[in-house]
Design a protein around this ligand. Sequence first.
Ligand code: MG
Length: 381
Amino acid sequence: MKIVKIDQFRPKHRTRLVRITTDNGLVGWGETTLEGKPKSTWAAVEELSDYLLGNDPLRIEHHWQHIYRSAFFRGGSVLMSALAGIDQALWDIAGKFYEVPAYKLMGGSTRDKIRVYAHWGIRDLSAEGLEKSRERLEWLQKRGGYTAFKAGPAGKWRAHESPSRIDEFIKAAYMMRDWVGDDVELFFDFHAKMTPALAIEVCTELKGMRPGFVEEPIPQENKDALAVVSRAVPFPIATGERLLSRWEFREIFESHAVAIIQPDVSHCGGITELKKIANMAEVYYVHTAPHCAIGPVAFSSCMQVDACIPNFFMQEQVDAGLGNGLLQEDWTVNDGYIDLPSKPGLGIEIDEDAACRTIDSNEPELGGDEWFHEDGSVADW
Ligand SMILES: [Mg+2]
């Protein structure tokens, strides 16, 4: 079997897909969406296609090694996201070739179903804001019976903030607990917007409503600073959506900087690398909650790993992950769980009419240009 064709598509905003076709007609799909860098992974996949065409798609590990190591310069979000999408497509082909879901080629299932959490929170304490929050909560509960949600402190945060700014977020968090009760798990994503000192102060105030974890309390580059936050906070700290490959996670593990890791299957190096990172985490009693804020191909790739690792915690699921008009059959959530994938490969059938097109859009891929502080300096979003 040989790879004969590699196509790319941008069917939606924040959605880039790669399709690999073999000489016997098998087709594998991967997602290379890299938030904020819409053109870069596209070019990287084009470059890597020269190597892949004519090769055996089943040599997944070998191709991973070649792509990661042979170009001399390693890593970085562009190369790792391109590699990730290609790796997903190769696992899709392998599963279809052997007629099993990909996780059955990686040791088989370690669970019967996959727990997911949705995005919900109270960001705005006005009557209108509260009504919107209530409506979304009820919609999510009715749609999937979710028992875990993630929110975050909205807006920009400086090195320190006024008591009223901090209290507004804390009040919203306690209100969320009040609304959902003690059987539901609530997580908060600080989006790396805080300094260690402010993160510790805010987490100390959050403690009483028992959050499940706080994600990216501070930026990801300094593992020692993250360990300082973790040691001062009496509940789990999570990070990892911006960390790439085992080598970047190694430092997090060795400094015991977090309790939960969140590698992103479309950035960390694909299914192959996500599973290896999770296996490394097991040694440190760290659990894995894969990050996924993009489309259904990435989400389905996450679930192939979730299905077969022992130290899985919970899967992030945004609304777009369930299908977003790109799948012939959407994933369904029942009582907060998704059934183990049963179809071959990534477990999905792409709606080719919807997916095989490239929209013409200049819409910015991030939050626009609003992320400046009042004095004009750059703010983290
Ligand atoms: Mg995050």
